[in-house]
Design a protein around this ligand. Structure first.
Ligand code: ZN
Length: 464
């Protein structure tokens, strides 16, 4: 992340001082001394939760999602858009007073871009063809021709020097690209027959090619007269953004422990990634804002990680490069991945862990217990499932280094399915629910603040 000024790394002390000064002690109990003991405890618990839940602002959360998905768009691992998202997140966390560090790591990825009406025109959602030839940085600007199903007879005379738009379904991908090159095309866009994006690989494709869904293909067809610019670039570097705040409780109130929040900000190709996972990043930024203002007994960290969709690259790079002494200080990981879908069936917040075997062996740990207890205190006990045995998100990287970790995610309570628009061009901000975001944020905020201030009362004496 070479465009992030080096000064970010040198500002550490300044941010921390500002934070302590800005800390406003909040009331920790609203219970009167005259109340019966049991009720007093319950009232105290609820007042404690309210310190964080009352501060949650769903509009702010939606604002972050808009920036990440509408202003920036798909954020493929190592792409300039992923980098732009990292800069946005780093700036937000720095403005909250955190000590922010950007950790780069190598990941090589090919990313395709297609703009109609020239390089500054409307960006279409495309996926880079596997094995595609690259363009130079400016791309290829050329007219667009309709080449049917890509059989040799389908290519019009004007194909020479043009970008060929081909309908999927009549020929193999290798034949489509080969026939297009034979007809003189400088690039190929393969259009699906429904809304799904798809992957295609042609080993050593002689010309650049991309794939797209039916809607985006129609937009390209409509723009044929204006031409299009096709770019195919290879990028080398992804990054994590790590924000830290030292404990603010003085003396014996402070604990030499770390609570770490995480969320990935990359997306799959051609998907704006609103639910997956601008939602998780946005909730995490809101938790960072709230916790910046509150007294904290542990160190807290917020890790926005890159390159999750290509195999948990960012979170594993971060976790596995932690010194052993630092790993040992981390007591909990709250990971947020897909915490805002509006899809009706995905109405249950799962708390996925990798502890236990997942069969008869409960997969509980400190974080899933804290999450479950918080949900029950907040009246959400019937819309959570905790624990549930599953990996496949960044909590796995923390679990692998021995940290009790949970991924919070909305799923279908019967089938455990994710929403059908997951990893698709349809994963857009209008399919995200401010109410679901708020509910998830309340549960995670209450659960994590309990751990940050007190660990979890009454937790079983285990290592989790
Ligand atoms: Zn995800």
């Amino acid at each position: 992340m070479n465009h992030i000024p080096l000064s970010r790394r040198l500002l550490a002390g300044v941010g921390a001082v500002a934070l302590i000064a800005a800390t406003a002690p909040a009331a920790t109990s609203a219970s009167g001394g005259a109340a019966p003991a049991a009720d007093s405890r319950g009232a105290s618990d609820q007042a404690h939760d309210k310190i964080v839940t009352a501060r949650i602002d769903a509009d702010r959360i939606m604002g972050h999602i808009e920036t990440l998905t509408v202003d920036i768009g798909p954020r493929v691992a190592s792409s300039p858009e992923e980098d732009a998202a990292a800069s946005y997140i780093a700036d937000e966390l720095e403005s909250l007073g955190y000590d922010v560090e950007v950790q780069e790591f190598p990941y090589v990825n090919t990313v395709g871009y297609l703009h109609v009406g020239g390089p500054d025109g409307t960006a279409l959602l495309v996926r880079a063809g596997g094995g595609s030839a690259l363009t130079d940085g400016d791309g290829i600007t050329a007219p667009v021709v309709d080449a049917g199903f890509g059989s040799p007879a389908d290519f019009p005379a004007a194909t020479a020097g043009a970008i060929a738009l081909v309908q999927r379904g009549g020929n193999t991908f290798a034949d489509i690209v080969g026939n297009a090159a034979e007809a003189g095309a400088v690039g190929v866009a393969i259009q699906n027959d429904d809304w799904r994006i798809f992957s295609a690989t042609v080993a050593d494709s002689p010309i650049p090619f991309v794939t797209m869904n039916d809607e985006q293909g129609e937009l390209l067809r409509a723009a044929a007269d204006d031409g299009a610019t096709l770019r195919m670039n290879r990028y080398q570097t992804s990054q994590n953004v790590i924000a830290t705040k030292a404990p603010t409780l003085p003396g014996r109130g402070a604990r030499d422990e770390v609570v770490i929040f995480s969320a990935h900000y990359d997306s799959v190709p051609a998907s704006p990634g609103a639910s997956d996972n601008a939602s998780g990043v946005a909730v995490m930024l809101e938790l960072a804002r709230i916790n910046a203002q509150l007294p904290t007994a542990t160190e807290i960290r917020f890790a926005a990680v890159g390159a999750e969709e290509v195999g948990l690259r960012g979170s594993r790079h971060y976790a596995q490069n932690l010194p052993a002494a630092e790993r040992d200080r981390i007591i909990a990981n709250f990971n947020m991945d897909m915490v805002g879908t509006a899809s009706p069936e995905q109405n249950t917040l799962f708390m996925n862990t990798l502890n236990g075997t997942g069969v008869d062996d409960p997969a509980d740990n400190l974080v899933s217990r804290a999450g479950r207890q918080a949900a029950e205190r907040l009246g959400y006990g019937d819309i959570v499932r905790s624990p549930y045995h599953r990996g496949a998100s960044d909590h796995q990287a923390f679990h692998e280094i021995g940290v009790p970790a949970v991924n919070f995610i909305w799923r279908d309570p019967v089938t455990a399915a994710l929403e059908p628009t997951y990893h698709q061009p349809l994963d857009t901000i209008d399919r995200v629910s401010p109410d679901r975001l708020r509910t998830a944020a309340e549960i995670i905020a209450a659960a994590s603040y309990r751990v940050i201030r007190h660990r979890v009362p009454g937790r079983p004496a285990d290592g989790g």
